[in-house]
Design a protein around this ligand. Structure first.
Ligand code: NAD
Length: 360
């Protein structure tokens, strides 16, 4: 298979971690007999420095022509970088927002996995963390409260602000289908999270999710209220497989789920549209404080590349090979500085990439 991938190295540690992800992908390609065509584009600060804008139309066209986009991270130090003296629509993050919009990415996927070897970083009690967890938060990204009508008015001298939470059934259906499709590749369980005891939008959400579930008889569906889900994530995270939820609930729950893993350098993510196309990137930022020092952890980006193989190319065996290489490298005691613990061997970004590639 030929994989046509657009890469966005970006800013800060971005170019370093993308280089290591490519190293691992290239090894996968050799082992499984694929070819990969990479086309790099500039985005964020790197694009501002060359083109004066955080994303050009040509870069968008290149990304659209690819099968998938693999990104490092964008942005600089927000208090010292000259990029943040520009108008908001010219700053690095505006490039990412524009790209997400141009690619119609409506589904955000964030896995939260607790690796046995990193259990010490998990802030939960050992009796809870010892059960381990491996869940996927699927968050709707383009609807709901963040995109509804909003206004602030003054009535009889009192200021009043109004935000509107709107979902139509088509928006719910397309994300639900994605959620069930992802569950079919995992442990076949979907927990749909809403606030159906209060919100009309949640009652519609629940009804449409039930309709979609009929097409996936192998998948177990449960509904959970968002307040309960927030508690369950710290009480019994092992119960979850795919958590399917709307934009704001997903925003909060995905951060909560990430933090219980305790390791920012390990967190991958993906944003998908209604084709197989996706944008894959680590959940962390561009870490300008450690850029250029060869100490960043590339694993979140490598795991994002694994998600790309699984969800955009349906190359599950190849994705499994990457996930297993990550586990193996941790079992073998290698750590970058951010996940270092006593008795382990500390390595830099590039060496970690080599070690992962060797284990493919
Ligand atoms: P950050 O995630 O870049 O860094 C937070 C802390 O975690 C830092 O101490 C950093 O050194 C460390 N860290 C992050 N990734 C690491 C890795 N792979 N290995 C080792 N340590 C790692 O968050 P921040 O400092 O708040 O933001 C820096 C810049 O990144 C800002 O410009 C912000 O806007 C941008 N940002 C971009 C994205 C994105 O591109 N999607 C996401 C978040 C933040």
């Amino acid at each position: 298979m030929n994989l046509n991938i657009t890469c966005i190295p970006g800013d800060g540690i971005g170019p370093e971690i993308v280089r290591e992800a490519k190293k691992v992908l290239d090894k996968v390609a050799v082992k499984f007999g694929h070819t990969i065509t990479y086309t790099d584009i500039l985005m964020g600060g790197a694009s501002i420095d060359v083109h004066g804008v955080p994303l050009t139309e040509k870069a968008v066209a290149t990304a659209k022509a690819a099968d998938a986009v693999l990104m490092g991270s964008i942005g600089g130090d927000t208090s010292t970088s000259p990029w943040y003296k520009l108008a908001p629509n010219l700053r690095p993050e505006a490039g990412l927002l524009a790209l997400r919009k141009a690619l119609n990415l409506f589904a955000n996927l964030r896995p939260a996995v607790l690796y046995d070897e990193l259990a010490g970083a998990c802030p939960l009690k050992e009796e809870i963390s010892s059960a381990g967890f491996d869940m996927m938060i699927m968050r709707e990204l383009t609807g709901g409260l963040y995109f509804g009508e909003r206004k602030t008015v003054e009535e009889n001298g009192v200021r009043k602000a109004i935000d509107t939470l709107t979902y139509d059934e088509n928006e719910i259906r397309r994300i639900a289908i994605k959620g069930f499709d992802i569950a079919m590749k995992r442990k076949k369980k979907v927990t749909s999270v809403d606030k159906a005891n209060v919100l009309d939008s949640s009652r519609l959400w629940r009804a449409v999710v039930n309709e979609v579930a009929k097409d996936y008889p192998e998948v177990t569906l449960e509904h959970m209220l968002v307040d309960n889900c927030a508690m369950q994530l710290v009480k019994d995270p092992a119960q979850f497989d795919v958590i399917l939820t709307e934009n704001m609930f997903g925003d909060i729950l995905s951060d909560e789920a990430s933090m219980v893993t305790g390791s920012i350098g390990m967190l991958a993510s993906a944003s998908l549209n209604d084709t197989k196309f996706g944008l894959y990137e680590p959940s962390h930022g561009s870490a300008p404080d450690i850029a250029g020092k060869d100490i960043a952890n590339p694993i979140a980006t490598v795991l994002s590349a694994s998600m790309m193989l699984r969800y955009s190319f349906d190359l599950d065996k190849e994705a499994d090979a990457i996930d297993q290489a990550v586990r193996k490298v941790l079992q073998d005691g290698y750590r970058t500085g951010d996940i270092m613990s006593e008795g382990c061997t500390q390595v830099g970004c590039s060496r970690m990439g080599d070690l992962l590639a060797e284990r493919i």
